[in-house]
Design a protein around this ligand. Sequence first.
Ligand code: UGA
Length: 432
Amino acid sequence: MKIAVAGTGYVGLVTGVCLAEYGHSVTCVDIDENKISLMQSGISPIYEPGLQDLMKKNMAKLLFTSNYVEAYHNADVIFIGVGTPEKPDGSADLQYVYGVAEQIANSVKNDCVIVVKSTVPIGTNDKIQELIESNLKHDVKVSVASNPEFLSQGSAVKDTLHSSRIVIGVEDKSAGEILKQVYEEFNAPILVTNRKSAEMIKYASNDFLALKISFINEIANLCEIIGADIEDVAHGMGFDGRIGNKFLNAGIGYGGSCFPKDTKALHWLANFHDYELRTVKAAIDVNENQKLKLYKKSRRYFDSLKGLTVAVLGLTFKPGTDDLREAPTLVNIPLMIEDGAIVKAWDPVGIENFQKLYSDDITYSTSIEETLREADVCFIFTEWDEVKQVDLSIFNLVMKTPIVLDGRNCFNIHEVKKHKIVYDSIGRETVN
Ligand code: UGA
């Protein structure tokens, strides 16, 4: 089977490389010539654990090109894995998906299945089918299938090689059979349904997870007020299999390229159909507030951050990625700078991307100790292992005043109590 993948971001590239790992020959297409030449020399343009090695291992089965006509014209299966960013009104911007669909329509010369991996609003796959059919240049049969991905950044390769499930949404049975063949080696449960249900499974899954996080964050906020401990509360809840013990980590809110966008997009879509998704709306609102939780907490210790040295540990929206999209730091650091704080930031992989946004106003370091030196306060935004494993005595040793505001509950409260630091985390007692 000849397989092409459009887009070489997190979804497209990981899909292409994993399909190659399971034996397929794959042509990856991107309009960005720089990315293509990097990949042609075996270098992954994105940071994702295991991706670089897997790519190198499978280079003989991978082709990278910006020539889409060449890639699509005789492909049997074409995956679309391009971005669907959020528009200012919260709806999904589909220009890249539709752009690729037109390119496909202009190029294909034999029957093929177009597989939409990008997260698209319910009904989009039907529109893509119509768009392609009305733009075809040859007399061929094209079937569009929805095949959402469920990978998380930072574990994208593992999540794809060992998928929790493969969801295939088709209107035509034979397309479903072809996709089942593509995924034959993947050893994951396969659910075949219609296109709209497949699209909805993706949104409902992400929005449910976002809801779970916003719920536990609200409970954490209440725990702080009434003196309960969120870690114990989440632990106790998690024993119930109906609740599950995952995704109950309280913190400063969810970020990334998926939950913020997908909650807003489904809410927007429901509104468009005159329906208000109230639970999803609540998850969005709670998250917006939660992102400012640490900044607000700093007011307990200082009237303003003006003239203070603030050490920031972690810039990315979560560990294991250099991605900054919707990261809480993007709202917090500008506030600190506006206040007149002197910001020193540490992150193992996110500095380069952050520097593109704030080059002059921040001192960056790849040493936690250097970042903390002489700081008046420390904000922890990302639970990197390097932070979780830090020797707790360092705060008192190198900071001017050892006040630690932890947005990711990185440390055990009992351990913290053995050190002379002020420690304020999420949903737990304050140590001082
Ligand atoms: C998320 C989903 O987890 C994937 O299943 C989905 O495929 C993906 O979106 C997508 O649609 O592409 P991702 O955004 O990479 O994956 O990251 P997550 O690990 O889910 O974390 C998202 C955010 O939630 C992070 O900011 C993280 O810190 C936060 N989070 C997660 C919490 O605050 N608490 C938790 O218990 C879990």
